[in-house]
Design a protein around this ligand. Structure first.
Ligand code: PLP
Length: 431
């Protein structure tokens, strides 16, 4: 990783007084944060829930649940169209989140923030609007071997429609992108680079600033899939200089059914609408339609207003805690868990990049991941097993599936101990 990339604050191995003090402080902080999440206080099979499926979706703090609840109880109305008070309040609440997101990812303008259903819809929007209007046979789109299906299939569909072709950046045995191979793939016929900021299966944090710099040297725009980054590392779109950034609210402690596409205003401005309908027009007649200005041009139909309100509360929550504190805690959990899990005999961690978020995927010789997942579930430990919507990556590592534990701000070392002890038990049972 080059200087200027995101600098992960790795925890050292010392145990001097200041480290102990800092660990106690973090422990107290995390206990405090845990109180904000009602679901963490439930039990399954008579045991307290240990939730390690955060890469799939995070749990929601009360502030988010209550924001949606308050919206429906006291404000509910459609946005942008009414002059009555509730409609204006709904519009204000909806637009307030746009501004919070702008600040959170440091976009220049509010109209660069487009509300969509989630990362998947954001990427499809770019493929069908930006890609379909510009790409032609012979053009190339670069993605990587570690992409989620959401950042593969929309481009495959686009390739079928336009005759463009996909080029794939390979992944090393450690789970890092081969940057030399990437550079070799970049050509004048490259029309877009679409890469994940963080791998949902490996946890690898990709050197996206380097990737963007090389692409921009050839004037190639870059889309970053930020689904796994947004709640775990800083995503400053101006600093990254990405052209598009996609993420889902439900992975940053917000509701499902809403997400964000950030795009540079000059690109969004030139792009045709993705869907037609109400709100995205400025006038309609049977002779023709003129489209609304940004961001509404891309927001056809009634949006997920309650979801946006909940997302705004989630951003407030994260901002109040501060990403620095979250990064520090999750990195500490990652180091702790990696050391313990890597020592389990017959277990192989898939993904050992030098820069990772709190995601650990593994396989155990002779035991199917689903069996481990089911065993852990009976211990009230929620992990994900399967291909994690990264089937080409499974093929790359020669495994059908992995078990994946992924951390969030409310996870503890004590929970990691429970996980590790349960894996040892599973190993005994299935041996
Ligand atoms: N990209 C990555 C890296 C993901 O991890 C996910 C979800 O797991 C997605 C895209 C798709 O997100 P969503 O299903 O919220 O649209």
């Amino acid at each position: 990783m080059k200087m200027g990339e995101f600098n992960m604050n790795k925890q050292g191995g010392t145990s001097d007084a200041s480290t102990v003090e800092s660990e106690i402080k973090t422990h107290l902080l995390v206990q405090h944060w845990r109180k904000d999440f009602p679901i963490l206080h439930t039990s399954l099979y008579g045991k307290p829930l240990v939730y390690f499926d955060n890469a799939a979706t995070t749990q929601k703090p009360s502030i988010v649940i209550e924001a949606e609840n308050h919206y429906y109880r006291h404000i509910n109305a459609n946005v942008h169209r009414g002059i009555h008070t509730l409609s204006q309040q709904a519009t204000e609440a909806f637009e307030a989140t746009r501004n919070k997101i702008r600040q959170f990812i440091n976009a220049r303008y509010e109209h660069e923030i487009i509300f969509v259903r989630g990362t998947t819809e954001a990427i499809n929007l770019v493929a069908q609007s930006f890609g379909r209007s510009r790409f032609k046979a012979g053009d190339e789109i670069i993605i990587s071997a570690m992409e989620h299906h959401s950042n593969i299939v929309p481009w495959q569909i686009l390739c079928q429609q336009t005759g463009a072709a996909l080029r794939i950046v390979p992944v090393s045995d450690d789970g890092e992108l081969d940057i030399n191979a990437y550079q070799a793939l970049l050509k004048p016929k490259t029309k877009l680079v679409a890469i994940t900021h963080v791998s949902n299966t490996l946890g690898s944090i990709n050197p996206v600033k380097t990737i963007i710099k090389h692409a921009h040297e050839l004037h190639v725009p870059v889309l970053l899939d930020g689904a796994q980054a947004i709640a775990h590392i800083p995503a400053d779109v101006q600093d990254l200089d990405c052209d598009f950034y996609a993420f889902s609210s439900h992975k940053l402690y917000g509701p499902t059914g809403i997400g964000v596409l950030y795009g540079k205003a000059e690109l969004l401005d030139e792009m045709p609408p993705y869907q037609g309908g109400g709100d995205m027009i400025s006038s309609v007649s049977f002779e023709g339609t003129t489209y609304n200005k940004l961001p509404y041009k891309f927001e056809a139909g009634t949006p997920n207003i309650a979801g946006a309100v909940g997302l705004g509360a989630a951003v407030d929550y994260l901002t109040a805690i501060g990403l620095d504190a979250i990064v520090k805690h999750e990195q500490s959990l990652l180091s702790y868990a990696t050391e313990l899990i890597a020592n389990i005999p017959e277990l192989r961690i898939i993904g050992n990049a030098t820069q990772k978020t709190g995601i650990i995927s593994w396989v155990m010789a002779g035991v199917h991941p689903h069996d481990i997942g089911t065993f852990l579930d009976r211990q009230a430990i929620a992990v994900r097993t399967g291909h994690h919507c990264t089937m080409p990556l499974m093929e790359r590592f020669g495994v059908p599936a992995t078990v994946r534990a992924s951390f969030a701000l409310y996870n503890t070392k004590n929970e990691v101990d429970k996980l590790v002890s349960a894996i040892y038990q599973a190993r005994e049972l299935f041996k």
